[in-house]
Design a protein around this ligand. Structure first.
Ligand SMILES: [Zn+2]
Ligand SMILES: [Zn+2]
Length: 211
């Protein structure tokens, strides 16, 4: 599996281009900004982009979906709950207020435990509700793409409408902190002192998760 971390847009979102070196099939996580540059990168690497996967439905992560889909023809993948929540006139209006393009409806919706396959690489969907009801992390070959659930030294906000701090901490502790220590954490924003971390480091240093 090959991973490229790319910082995009105005809100320091980390997008990830994940590919299977053998088959050249690929997916991109949260391509929310710099879409032309991302599509060019896909082309230059000779990749076949199958999916645009969103860690959750917030506009800062899905604002590039429409353009990226037009540029590459890839299918949009989102958790069922966020696909429903973010596809209505009110949510679309909120995205536009932020100066972002609303997402088209997902082509494929996923639930906890589903697998997203590109060539010989399989990414497991871990549902981590709390920041958003339809928040997901993706796990593949010892790599965790953690969206707005887990940051380097931080966690996603739960003081926003639709969030639940209790649910969030249950998901974090029960589903992420139980992963092997050496699991590499790839966050959804560049908020930390370094761009990636491990479960072991977050257990020791993250003030929200230290015991
Ligand atoms: Zn968010
Ligand atoms: Zn975010």
């Amino acid at each position: 599996m090959e991973i490229e971390q790319i910082k995009v847009g105005r809100m320091v979102v980390f997008s990830y281009l994940v590919s299977c070196p053998e088959t050249k099939e690929a997916l991109i996580i949260d391509p929310a900004g710099n879409e032309e540059q991302l599509a060019e990168k896909v082309k230059q690497k000779g990749l076949k982009l199958k999916y645009i996967v969103n860690t959750h439905g917030h506009a800062d992560h899905t604002g590039g979906n429409a353009k990226m889909k037009t540029l590459t023809g890839a299918q949009i993948v989102m958790h069922t709950a966020d696909n429903e929540f973010f596809n209505n006139p009110q949510s679309h209006g909120m995205a536009r207020q932020m100066g972002l393009e609303p997402t088209p409806p997902a082509d494929i919706t996923v639930e906890d435990g589903d697998e997203i396959v590109i060539g010989k690489v399989s990414l497991k969907v871990i549902h981590t509700p709390g920041h958003r009801a339809g928040g997901i992390c993706l796990l593949a070959e010892g790599n965790l793409f953690s969206g707005d659930t887990l940051f380097v030294g931080g966690i996603g906000r739960t003081d926003i409408p639709g969030a639940s701090h209790e649910q969030f901490m249950t998901a974090l502790r029960g589903k992420l902190m139980t992963l092997p220590d050496e699991t590499i954490v790839w966050p959804g924003h560049d908020y930390g002192p370094v761009p990636s971390s491990t479960i072991e480091l977050e257990k020791k240093l993250n003030p929200w998760l230290r015991r």
